[in-house]
Design a protein around this ligand. Sequence first.
Ligand code: ADP
Ligand code: MG
Length: 257
Amino acid sequence: MTKIFVVANQKGGVGKTTTTVNLAASLAAQGQRVLLVDLDPQGNASMGSGIDKQHLERSVYQVLVGLATIPEARQHSESGKYDVLPANRELAGAEVELVDLERREMRLREALAEVRDSYDLVLIDCPPSLSLLTLNGLCAAHGVIVPMQCEYFALEGLSDLVNTIKQVHANLNRELKVIGLLRVMFDPRVTLQQQVSAQLEAHFGDKVFQTVIPRNVRLAEAPSYGMPGLAFDGASKGAKAYLAFGAELIARVQNMN
Ligand code: ADP
Ligand code: MG
């Protein structure tokens, strides 16, 4: 059965897009059939997968408002070896249009139901807010992956996200749960990061993924070439860490069934 994961954290710049793109490539490299859904009007995950967001005939926007199906709008990422349902600025308008539509928070879930047999895993990249777009991601998913930096304020934002996930679980999507917290951009030389990392483990136990993604400049450079880290520099620490994370996630998914 297809597993659908949403990568969410309402803070910007915490590594959501980097995680979605690199995890998609890692899972594809491990033989999984993957669809990446870009739910951010900034379209960074699309660009980082080598899809030109300026020249999209159809995008996730048309899918959400019912003007296209996923097979009509998806593209293939050559550099990542996975499919992409791309986004661009047009998606910003969807927020307003969706408000008047029926089952407005279920639009993505219902669209994904039609392509379930085509993929082993679907990964959804969210905008930095708890908006109707993010809500569509949460309603479509089995689980949430939360990337976070090990900084003091990281923990503060977490409770808002956890509360939203609880509400969605109670009212809209009984399947939803937190799969895990992923420590990203980690620098072991910074004492505060070590402390926050240890606190996370103490507090959240095995909800914290064992894999830690290091701060690695190759991961930051890759998107401007339209490539995940694995295609750009497979020997880099960042690419290897995301490969390990993919393997850890596959093992967790098998235990979920
Ligand atoms: P978000 O999608 O949450 O806004 P991004 O994935 O776009 O966050 O990451 C924010 C910035 O940090 C980007 O410039 C990205 O290239 C950089 N970045 C993300 N992860 C890493 C990492 N592990 N090492 C170095 N830079 C990173
Ligand atoms: Mg992003």
